[in-house]
Design a protein around this ligand. Structure first.
Ligand SMILES: [Zn+2]
Ligand SMILES: [Zn+2]
Length: 701
């Protein structure tokens, strides 16, 4: 069998060479500055710092190279050298609040709180609303044990960055230090309201609930942690401990979502207007690698009634009346079908098809089953148009594949990928991209070929929640773009997309393991007229810790927590996590090395007492730094130490969610909503050189 290649594009052999200098650094101030920046991006950090210092020596009046040298030293963990460079910069610009504030932070992270306070106060004297200086001073007071001032400054910071979930987390952390649990609880809830995926906030919240003997609530929080981080060791352990103390059954704490009546809205009309399309096979209830779940039992019905037929023979084995709930069990390697009375209607080793009796507008509903081994069906009913194929998978369970028209499939994809209330043109852009991805995967077989389907229903391919997700707006977006895909030189383009780029699109060729492509290139996610270069370590630092104006910075429409985030991870936790995958012993160094032109980290050096490893895969970098997985590789790490020099924790300032390649979904919303761009302009912005084309569906067997 031919091996399938994920992206059959040319790999850039010159990954580590200077020839792939991103275009923007060529335009950076001066050749020497550009060279130093290239050293920095390519992970030669000591050389980069030296180059910046050499530049500063040649032109002693120039501030920029000193600031850049300082940030390179910071990335290297050399905080004294970093502070020295900034102190020299301060001699040139004694009233620069940014320099003062960063000096404060360098001192703070070295546990020199008194000096840190002096710098923060100087910055605040010049600019009383400098957010980072305010956060810094609050953090200093926290470490000095001054409760009142800590809370005062943190509250001021919260006013300046109201959408930033990180601040609520820091405030909560402080409340806990001061043993003010009620207030800590409120701040954690606030952080989670802004960012439900913030599991570092759920764990202490569960702890507070358990402390107050609110075991049901505590259990619920751990349960939610497992949603984001399946098998999380602490959460799974404590959930079991709590189970004996619950006053309610788990299904009462999380009532299952039930479908009680047929959907009566526009979709039905849209279904009539859509013309016939090719069919796709979608694996349902798949896990995070896109494999079929362990379905030991399924219960299903249809409001229109349904038939069960042999897939190969076409023979009708059973015909169910409307609302009748039938069961399929996985037993002795077969699919055992039972009617509502428990009567066995057949034991099948080959695939069977479930079809609603009104095939065009009806659907098959899977009822939630609490003792299912597949969490996908445990707490919610599910509903799908098209046919359902059930088949036994030896040693695993029942496989479920939805065989559905491409356009009908998209009705369930677009609202699963982006909120249906987003600006309309961005929904159309999403429909075009999702269709293009599906066309490519369908033609190529893709990673799920062996599993017998073109795509899974999770983030692994693209999210597909079927009828449950459908909405009028997204249905119209699919209908209005019917058959439209994005092409490059007449072939479907690789329309990668992600939730939020953090402000800078990453070129595919710069990421380890991805191929280069003429339309998956790096550029800022801003309209050209407001673009400001981020072409030096200092500028990147200001940019990632600030809230720059970009398409995807769109408060009110896009969760701010997806654009800028902060995670504080204890040294011990980090060491534990890294040692799960790499037996490095005691953690000694954690240094981001290579970066894309966008600032995304593409390799990270982890030095331990037993060995040193360099992690260079996007998903591995993200996995190693988070409880589950951090949101992106676009980040900067600040190393926070005790007075004795030992590392206390790591502050990870990050931006964006996802791989940052192709279309930024949040940015598309911004382009449509803030700047009035059409879906055509949106896709051409994110895939320069690619074109919209209309597909003529040809039915294939
Ligand atoms: Zn998949
Ligand atoms: Zn973006």
């Amino acid at each position: 069998m031919r091996k399938t290649i994920f992206i059959p594009l040319l790999f850039c052999a010159a990954h580590f060479a200077f020839c792939i200098l991103p275009p923007r650094s060529r335009a950076a101030a001066g050749d020497e500055g550009a060279k130093a920046y290239a050293l920095y991006l390519n992970g030669y950090l000591s050389k980069a710092a030296e180059a910046y210092l050499a530049l500063a020596a040649v032109k002693p009046d120039r501030l920029q190279p000193l600031l850049d040298a300082a940030m390179v030293y910071k990335q290297l963990g050399r905080y004294r050298d970093s502070a020295k460079a900034l102190e020299n910069a301060l001699k040139i610009e004694p009233y620069d609040t940014e320099i003062l504030s960063e000096l404060g932070w360098l001192k703070f992270h070295q546990a020199d709180y008194e000096t840190a306070a002096v710098y923060f106060e100087r910055a605040l004297k010049l600019s009383s609303v400098h957010p980072r200086a305010i956060l810094g001073l609050g953090s200093v007071y926290s470490n000095l044990g001054d409760r009142e001032k800590t809370l005062e400054y943190l509250a001021r910071y919260r006013q300046l960055r109201p959408d930033f979930a990180g601040v609520d987390y820091i405030i909560a952390w402080n409340y806990m230090n001061f043993k003010m649990y009620k207030e800590a609880e409120e701040s954690l809830i606030e952080a989670l309201r802004k960012d439900p995926s913030f599991i570092e906030a759920r764990l202490p919240l569960a702890g507070i609930y358990a402390r107050d003997r609110k075991f049901n609530e505590a259990w619920n929080q751990y349960y939610r942690v497992l949603n984001y981080a399946p098998n999380h060791p602490v959460a799974s352990k404590l959930m079991k401990v709590l189970e004996g103390r619950l006053t309610k059954q788990p299904e009462e704490l999380i009532p299952p979502f039930k479908i009680t009546k047929p959907l009566k809205m526009e979709p039905v009309k849209v279904l009539e207007e859509l013309s016939k399309a090719v069919r796709v096979r979608v694996g349902l209830g798949t896990n995070n690698t896109g494999k079929q779940g362990r379905n030991n039992i399924l219960k299903f019905k249809s409001f229109q009634g349904f038939t069960i037929t042999g897939k190969a023979t076409g023979k009708i084995y059973a015909s169910a009346a409307p609302d009748e709930i039938w069961t399929a069990l996985f037993k002795d390697g077969k699919t055992v079908i039972k009617d509502p009375k428990g009567l066995v209607w057949g034991k099948f080793s080959r695939p069977v098809l479930l079809k609603s009796k009104n095939f065009k507008s009806g659907a098959i509903i899977f009822e939630n089953v609490k003792n299912s081994k597949n969490p996908w069906i445990r707490y919610s009913d599910r509903e799908y148009r098209g046919a359902i194929e059930l088949y036994p998978i030896a040693g695993r369970g029942l496989g479920i594949v939805n065989i559905v028209d491409m356009e009908v499939y998209l009705l369930g994809v677009v609202p699963s990928e982006v909120p249906a209330q987003w600006p309309y043109e961005s929904l159309k852009a999403q429909a075009v991209l999702a269709r293009t991805q599906a066309i490519i995967r369908r033609a190529r077989g893709g990673t799920h070929k062996a599993g017998g389907y073109h795509m899974c229903d999770g983030q692994h391919c693209q999210a597909y929640k079927g009828v449950l997700a459908e909405a009028n707006t997204t249905n119209r977006a699919v209908l209005e773009t019917e058959g439209e895909i994005l092409t490059y030189h007449g072939k479907p383009a690789y329309t990668f997309y992600h939730s939020n780029c953090g402000g800078y699109i990453q070129a595919s060729g710069e990421v380890t393991g991805w191929g280069g492509s003429p339309y998956l290139v790096t550029h800022q996610d801003t309209p050209p007229e407001i673009e400001k270069p981020v072409d030096s370590p200092w500028k990147f630092h200001q940019w990632i810790t600030g809230s720059p104006q970009t398409n995807c910075n769109y408060p009110g429409m896009v969760r701010s927590a997806n654009f800028r985030w902060l995670r504080i991870i204890k040294h011990k936790d980090m060491e534990y996590r890294i040692n799960r995958d790499y037996k490095i012993g005691t953690l000694r160094e954690l240094i981001p090395l290579n970066r894309s032109g966008s600032g995304n980290v593409n390799s990270i050096k982890i030095a331990g007492s037993q060995k040193t490893v360099t992690v260079d895969r996007e998903h591995l970098i993200r996995n190693i730094l988070g409880f589950s997985s951090i949101k992106s590789t676009l980040f900067m790490i600040a190393i926070n130490r005790f007075k004795n020099g030992k590392v206390r924790n790591y502050w990870i300032y990050g931006g964006g969610w996802g791989h940052g390649i192709g279309m930024c979904q949040s940015g598309a919303a911004g382009l449509a909503g803030k700047y009035g761009k059409s879906y055509r302009e949106i896709v051409e912005f994110y895939f320069p050189g690619a074109k919209l084309s209309k597909l003529k569906y040809v039915r294939k067997k």
